[in-house]
Write a protein that binds this ligand. Structure first.
Ligand code: ADP
Ligand code: ZN
Length: 746
């Protein structure tokens, strides 16, 4: 099948069209196509808006709402391939589903304004003619500095002035004067990504029978979609396998088949440390790096990547959730790895779930999507049970490694010393592993030294000035900081409330404090911390992983950032310091999420020949989450959890939408929240909880109230929300944020 953009697109000439702009306007605006221009659906164009010149996308027929005489002309067509039909439909679909203006969603697809400009060129230098021919010419003074510049150029490609000066260790004026004297010749440089094409025919590992079976099914889905003339190329497959079973290896086969068919591939990964190891694996398999899409890209990388994608040159892109809205003209497969991960949900701006919208994009584009996980989300689990999604399972770890043995330590009966966070049973297990020359991972999902600091004298607690949250002490960085807004302050010498010096007390452990205890108890062991704030860069993270792999680290202490992806053959013991931590909030997904996280952490133990062991420190060993982990009964746990949700009409059996009202003025926020409460929809099967102050009642200086709409699955949540909000006037800087399918209840 040809890529969707080559199917005939209607052409507009000398008539009105609607153009969608990447702005939160109510809809697309009409423009006139001037006689000397012809445009088609999806074309990127520049148009006037007020006094400005903006860039947008030809979206459809004109609406005829604006009088012909007031209509303005399109300024011009941009030299960029058009936006594909599946993406245009996805933009409209997402806008409608999340109750956002389509332009706000389009903005996510056009997130790199500079990519719409003609590619930038820069001036680089090569050795000039006179440098080569006139070496002996006495009119040109050849200084030592100048020689160094020429020596640098002799070795490589043309360089821009600043870079040339830096490499040669000379000042910019030396380069300039050399150019003036003809010793350097200017040339125009096009910026380019160095991009190798993945080779899908490279030798692959020999797959085990169950891996081969799963891979064949995925390849068949890809081939079917390539051959599909109509709309049966779409399918959703859950690749369900324990950690280390080879899910990545298996979906690489589907990627290879997609590349062989000349189509593009998108792989979505959770935003965390995973990417490095994944890139390495991909490069080994396909002999080239894929393009990356995440928040750390530089402006130039972002621009070049966007253009490589829209032009179809980029064949594989791996990225965080925002990569879903990139302008692939020819997408043929999406993989959502760790599909259960909550980082796919965005809960600011346009609130969308990239996993769910990825399924929508695959349906609109008529191609397969693979969801991969060892701990599928309840939503996906239910979709598999009902037959909407297919499931392929990989029951064993590759190479015969067994799954770790998981046991709970009942903290209610352990004899704990004060200011100690490691139970004697866990200490003993650590000592045992160290003695055997093996590695240990201690998991505590809390950054910093202590989650709360108070004054021993007056009881004052350190709170963020902008948020309803305690300040977390970070001893390594010597500050108290807010994990919600980033506020940070050095720890004061005396209590700001009572003025007594040196009375500050840390309450509870974070990873830094745990490291202190570990250092005291196991002074011989080399211990490191792995948390997002202790690793300042991707290279630091990489180095840490390498040290762990080389067994230079005996005990690794970390937060959820170390839960995923890593393969440490000598890691045999995982200790979970506070297994109950995630259950405390008690929101809809607390149990599910805790199970997923602890299962994933557990999966780090015993990935090779040596069997692994996991100890969970818990005050509630009888909790279904702990029991499911200990007995390895994931499906029973999910089934029970699903029944519970169904009984209460909770997602995925019912629908939720949250309304978050926020603003600088408390009274105004409360007034609008209450007025929304009074005018709430009265309908069978619909209930509204609230209004009430949000648990996080102040965030970044803004007061927050919440309402939660709960509706039956078959109700039209969008229509209900629309008419509800239409009746309420919102003023000042108050904002009402709608979060359909919320994950965050704070
Ligand atoms: P998962 O994604 O399910 O956690 P991976 O695909 O990361 O599993 O595989 C775990 C480890 O086993 C990796 O180091 C991978 O290279 C290796 N592996 C998996 N399948 C095979 C295979 N068929 N041949 C060789 N190595 C394999
Ligand atoms: Zn704060």
């Amino acid at each position: 099948m040809p890529p969707s953009h080559t199917t005939p697109r209607p052409t507009y000439r000398d008539e009105r069209v609607s153009v969608l702009l990447p702005l939160p306007l109510a809809g697309a605006y009409d423009y006139l196509v001037p006689p000397d221009l012809s445009v088609s659906l999806g074309d990127f164009v520049s148009v006037p808006l007020g006094k400005r010149d903006l860039k947008g996308v030809v979206w459809g027929n004109g609406s005829n709402e604006v009088d012909d005489k007031k209509l303005k002309n399109i300024n011009g067509l941009l030299d960029i391939p058009p936006m594909s039909e599946d993406l245009r439909k996805l933009v409209d679909w997402t806008a409608s589903y999340t109750l956002n203006p389509p332009g706000a969603v389009l903005r996510m697809s056009m997130s790199v304004p500079s990519a719409l400009e003609p590619p930038k060129t820069r001036i680089g230098y090569l050795p000039g003619v006179s440098a080569v021919e006139d070496e002996g010419d006495s009119r040109i003074r050849m200084t030592e500095a100048r020689r160094r510049v020429l020596a640098v150029l002799a070795e490589g490609p043309p360089r821009v002035a600043a870079e040339l000066a830096r490499s040669a260790g000379v000042s910019a004026s030396v380069v300039r004067s050399m150019a003036d004297a003809g010793l350097l010749k200017p040339v125009t440089l096009q910026q380019q990504l160095d991009m190798d094409l993945p080779d899908w025919e490279r030798p692959r590992p020999i797959l085990s029978p169950s891996q081969a079976e799963a891979a064949a099914a995925l390849v068949a889905a890809v081939e079917k979609s390539v051959a599909a003339a109509d709309d049966n190329g779409f399918s959703v497959v859950l690749l369900d396998g324990v950690t280390g079973s080879g899910k990545t290896e298996v979906y690489f086969e589907a990627i290879a088949a997609t590349l062989a068919a000349g189509r593009q591939v998108l792989v979505l990964l959770p935003e965390i440390a995973l990417t490095t190891q994944w890139l390495k694996r991909f490069t080994e398999r396909f002999g080239a790096r894929p393009l990356e899409w995440h928040s750390d890209l530089t402006g130039a990388e972002r621009r070049l990547t966007w253009r490589a994608i829209v032009s179809g040159e980029a064949s594989v892109v791996v990225g965080a959730r925002s990569a879903l809205f990139l302008p692939f003209p020819n997408l043929g497969l999406t993989v959502v790895d760790e599909e259960h991960d909550s980082s796919f949900k965005q809960d600011e701006g346009v609130c969308y779930n990239a996993r769910d919208m990825a399924v929508v994009r695959a349906r609109l584009g008529n191609f397969p999507i693979i969801l991969s996980s060892a701990t599928p989300s309840l939503e996906t689990f239910v979709n598999v049970q009902s037959g909407r999604y297919k499931s392929l399972s990989l029951p064993e770890r590759h190479g015969g490694a067994s799954l770790p043995e998981i046991a709970a330590i009942d903290m209610r009966i352990e004899p704990m010393e004060s200011q100690s966070w490691l139970a004697p049973a866990l200490q003993e297990a650590v000592a045992h592993s160290l003695a055997a020359g093996e590695q240990v991972m201690l998991f505590l999902n809390r950054r910093g030294y202590a989650p709360l600091t108070l004054c021993r004298h007056c009881g004052h607690r350190f709170q963020c000035p902008n948020c309803t949250s305690w300040l977390v002490e970070h001893r390594l960085q010597r500050n108290l900081s807010c994990h919600h807004c980033g506020f940070s302050t050095p720890p004061p010498e005396e209590c700001p409330a009572c003025g007594t010096p040196e009375t500050l007390a840390a309450c509870g452990p974070g990873v830094e404090r745990l490291a202190e205890e570990v250092a005291e108890r196991f002074p011989q062991a080399h211990c490191e911390i792995m948390a997002s704030d202790t690793m300042q860069s991707p290279t630091a993270a990489e180095a840490l992983v390498r040290h762990m792999q080389n067994r230079e680290i005996d005990i690794l202490i970390g937060t959820q950032i170390m839960a995923k992806g890593h393969h440490f053959p000598y890691l045999t013991l995982v200790g979970v310091v506070d297994a109950d931590l995630g259950l405390a909030g008690g929101d809809l997904r607390a149990a599910e999420r805790t199970f997923q996280l602890l299962h994933q952490v557990s999966g780090r133990a015993g990935r090779a020949e040596r069997p692994g062991r996991v100890l969970l420190q818990t005050y509630r060993p009888e909790d279904p989450v702990m029991e499911a982990l200990v007995t390895g009964t994931r499906d029973e746990f999910l089934t029970a959890e699903a029944e519970e949700r169904e009984r209460h009409g909770m997602p995925p059996f019912g629908r939720l939408a949250a309304l978050i009202i926020s603003g600088n003025d408390y009274d105004e926020v409360e007034r609008i929240a209450r007025s929304l409460g009074r005018s709430c929809p009265v309908e069978e099967g619909v209930t509204v909880l609230g209004p009430a102050p949000a648990p996080l009642s102040i965030l970044r200086g803004r007061h927050r109230w919440r309402l939660l709409l709960k509706a039956r699955r078959d109700s039209n949540v969008r229509a209900i929300l629309r008419s509800w909000l239409a009746g309420v006037r919102i003023r000042g800087n108050v904002r009402v944020q709608i979060d359909v399918d919320p994950y965050n209840f704070l």
